[in-house]
Write a protein of this length. Structure first.
Lengths: 309, 258
């Protein structure tokens, strides 16, 4: 074999070997520095300074920061951690760099507002973020909807929620349901029916599968809470009539208080316990339920969404 | 080291010095002394931070510019001057020529960085009046910067083995910029799906990882750098250099120089 042929073979083998080696090492380095790219948020606390430093490439930098925010939230959420300290600064930097990046307001507020473990549990920060978004994008009805949603669901501030829906309904091209929501708010603030309307609007007005899955899970939870409240009323009626608790749903059916064995939204029969409580059979599949949880039940750190969602 | 490689490396170093590459040290010295004197007058309590940030950033940028602009001419210049033919008619193999050129430029950059490091520490001493324990981490940051230079030099050589100097400079500079965001790039790849995921992942792993080699901000804040990161970064840089040089040798071996 010629000398140059040998060199080619050796160089080729070295090239492939070092490529494989570099990939292995990069994976090790990445594992060590999982949040390294976020560390600069701790050092550059002023989004305005960062905007100046971006030398006009603020749009690209905003996209990078938005991706970092998504990754940070995703990694923190999947670890079941309760610490989301960098989320608000990351979103502030993103939206200062590009005040028209609507996705950062909508999804960012979603990440921040939801209660832990589903979100960061920072509804006030979420509301501030969306209010800044409205200031920069006053013609985006979805931002008013998001703001109203946060005030209603997380902060329970019904007058502010009504105001947000009402302002949003005046924006051209606004979803017609905003007017209905604003009108219903006065009469039904705090009702499960109002919550159902909001989650239904969320489900119907987005194409994002994560948001739809979340909305669907909340709608299921609302139905379970409503079912169990109704069953508890009937159990109480039975007890008043007979002086004892029903032993099974059959007792309630025989006494005409229930038309049949009740099923939860996933098609599983509810369980009637000896102490008269009603429980669901698969609480892990029904995140966000307030009622029907087994005694001492500890929910998973990360809420489970069903594959069918 | 092979004697012929050593000769080529020594000549490359001499040539770089003759080309007044080390003149950048004058600009660097002016920048550092100016910063050290001015920063105390225009800001409060961040003198040390500014000197480290500015000093290390300048070391990095000056070195990157030298590595790219000297590196891209290492092969083409020898072809233009027709000195390459003289070299290759002697018992010098093509791979020895490439390796020698790499070591010559790497040596130039190392000497340049050492001089600039002295400048950074002198400015640090001027503003702080004494060295602190945390200043030791500045040495680690400088070491990472040298590793960065080795990778860029190897890449510049790789591009100069098959492309024009202008295009080589563009490729090398573009890879440097993209490499500074390589961790974000791998983040994008992780979020993609299907074929895009595979493509993005492949690209993200081939591009040099300069993000992990940049610890300037954290050492400026006195944060320690883990020994494990020093070890991994060292091995990674050496492997990447080997990969780029192997590519350069592969191309140069097959290049028709007639």
């Amino acid at each position: 074999m010629k000398a140059s042929g040998k060199v080619t073979i050796v160089a080729g083998l070295l090239l492939l070997g070092s490529l494989a080696g570099s990939v292995v090492l990069l994976r090790k380095i990445d594992r060590m520095r999982s949040h390294a790219s976020l560390e600069e948020v701790l050092y550059i606390s002023s989004p305005k300074a960062l905007k100046r430093l971006s030398l006009g490439y603020d749009g690209l930098l905003a996209d990078i920061y938005w991706t970092r925010a998504v990754q940070y939230f995703g990694a923190t959420h999947s670890q079941g951690s309760e610490h989301y300290e960098l989320l608000a600064p990351l979103l502030e930097i993103t939206t200062t760099l590009d005040p028209h990046l609507l996705v950062a307001y909508e999804y960012g507020a979603n990440f921040m507002a939801a209660k832990r473990p589903n979100g960061a549990g920072q509804p006030e920060e979420a509301a501030k973020l969306v209010e800044r978004g409205i200031e920069s994008n006053p013609h985006e009805w979805r931002l008013y909807y998001n703001l109203g949603f946060i005030y209603y669901m997380e902060l329970k501030d019904y007058p502010k929620a009504a105001a947000a829906f009402s302002q949003g309904s005046q924006v051209s091209n606004a979803h017609p349901f905003l007017k209905v929501l604003a009108a219903q708010m006065a009469q039904h603030a705090g009702d499960a029916e109002m919550a159902r309307m909001l989650w239904t609007t969320t489900y119907e007005s987005t194409q994002d599968h994560m948001i739809r899955a979340n909305a669907l899970a909340h709608l299921r939870a609302l139905r379970v809470d409503q079912d169990i409240t109704a069953m508890e009323e009937r159990i109480e009626m039975y007890q008043k009539r007979t002086g004892k608790l029903p032993e099974s749903f059959a007792d309630l059916i025989q006494s005409g208080l229930l038309p049949g064995v009740p099923l939860d939204p996933l098609g599983h029969a509810y369980k009637l316990m000896d102490d008269g409580r009603v429980e669901v059979r698969t609480p892990d599949d029904l995140p966000f339920i307030e009622k029907g949880k087994p005694l001492g039940y500890v929910p998973p750190k990360v809420p489970k969404f069903l594959p069918s969602d | 080291m092979n004697r012929r490689v050593l000769h080529i490396a020594r000549n490359t170093f001499r040539e770089a010095v003759r080309d007044r590459v080390l003149y950048n040290l004058i600009a660097f010295a002016l920048l550092m002394s100016g910063a050290a004197i001015l920063v105390g007058q225009i800001s409060i309590d961040i003198e040390r931070l500014v000197v480290i940030n500015l000093g290390l950033t300048a070391v990095s940028l000056f070195g990157v510019v030298i590595a790219i602009f000297i590196g891209i001419g290492l092969v083409s210049k020898e072809i233009d001057r027709r000195t390459l033919y003289t070299i290759l008619t002697r018992p010098v193999r093509r791979w020895e020529f490439i390796t020698g050129k790499f070591f010559g430029l790497a040596g130039t950059l190392l000497v340049n960085t050492l001089c600039m490091a002295v400048g950074v520490f002198a400015a640090l001493l001027y503003v702080s009046h004494r060295f602190q324990r945390a200043d030791g981490w500045v040495l680690v940051a400088l070491y990472f910067i040298v590793l960065q230079f080795l990778i860029i030099t190897a890449l510049a050589l790789l591009f100069s083995a098959f492309s024009t100097p202008l295009m080589s400079a563009v490729f090398a500079f573009a890879l440097f910029v993209v490499g500074c965001f390589s961790e974000d790039l791998r983040g994008f790849a992780a979020m993609a799906h299907g074929a895009e995921k595979w493509l993005a992942t492949a690209a993200a792993y081939v591009i040099p990882n300069f993000s992990a080699l940049n610890v300037i901000t954290s050492v400026a804040h006195g944060q320690p750098v883990s020994g494990q990161l020093v070890l991994y970064n060292t091995i990674y840089a050496l492997i990447y250099v080997l990969m780029a040089l192997s590519g350069a040798v592969l191309i140069f071996e097959r290049r028709n120089l007639k």
